[in-house]
Design a protein around this ligand. Structure first.
Ligand code: HPA
Length: 272
């Protein structure tokens, strides 16, 4: 695995000689952020050794290298999910590759269902913690000591300095940024109303099918992690409406402008 990361990173650097500082994973429907990248080099995942192609609509499956507000960035436009049948090791491989390229700060974004009833579809939520309900962990198996410790600390999995920066940016934009706990489930079914009541009882504010594996792998690597979620729908049973992926993509598109402004200003602040 460690050697495979070296191979992938070498290939990417043969396409563009860069040392990105900031990494970004774009979730469902949020891929349009890449339009803001200057001096972009685009590499489809299927050209990169050991990368897999994502099968989900709304996920492009491309690595974009370039600059956002002068900051060198590597963007994963589209991610792999456990429900697609990939092994955890494959799901976190792209994030580990970004770290191998030099990334020390990672933004993870996603679309999620709102469990907290003070949220509304279209809200952007800063993730302050997560609950892993996938019944799996990307670090299962022999520890790769070159990447990180056997038992990584997760006390501050979502970096406090980055959270402060994002909150400051939201304030400057006069945007009412919500914060909350993200529960990561396997999917691909949406939850039942009973499961959502359980989510609320155990302290989840939003639910989704991603982010947790990447966050765990990134914390293992010692990266600073920041999570931003777009509430695309209220979770099952709250409004009585049925849930549908096209609604998720549609709602994500609607918040794209605000979401991109917030993300870009946070990245710019990191570069200062
Ligand atoms: N549940 C799980 N994942 C999701 C949801 C949801 O309601 N909305 C967007 N991703």
């Amino acid at each position: 695995m460690y050697e495979k990361l070296g191979t992938a990173a070498k290939f990417i650097q043969s396409r563009k000689k860069v040392t990105p500082r900031v990494g970004l994973v774009l979730g469902s429907g949020l891929g349009a952020f890449v339009d803001r990248v200057e001096d972009a080099t685009i590499i489809p995942y299927d050209e990169i050794p050991h990368f897999h192609q994502t099968s989900v609509e709304g996920h492009e499956g491309r690595l974009i290298l370039g600059k956002i507000s002068g900051v060198d960035i590597a963007i994963l436009q589209g991610r792999l999910h456990v429900y697609e049948g990939y092994a955890m090791e494959d799901i976190v491989f792209p994030v580990r590759t970004l770290a191998t390229l030099g990334v020390d700060t990672l933004f993870l974004t996603n679309a999620s269902g709102g469990v907290n009833e003070s949220y509304q579809p279209g809200d952007i939520v800063l993730i302050n913690d997560h609950i892993n309900l996938m019944g799996q962990n990307p670090l299962i198996g022999p520890n790769i000591n070159e990447l990180g410790p056997r038992f990584p600390d997760m006390t501050r999995a979502y970096n406090e300095d980055l959270r402060r920066i994002v909150k400051d940016c939201a304030e400057e934009m006069d945007y009412n940024l919500q914060t909350g706990v993200y529960a990561g489930l396997l999917g691909p079914t949406y939850e039942t109303p009973a499961e959502i009541r359980m989510m609320r009882a155990i302290g989840a504010d939003m639910v989704g099918m991603s982010t947790v594996p990447e966050s765990i792998a990134a914390n293992h690597l010692g990266l600073k992690v920041c999570g931003l979620s777009c509430i695309t729908n209220m979770a099952a049973g709250i409004t009585g409406e049925k849930l549908d992926h096209s609604e998720v993509k549609e709602q994500a598109l609607k918040v794209m402008e605000t979401f991109s402004n917030l993300l870009q200003s946070a990245i710019a602040k990191i570069g200062l």
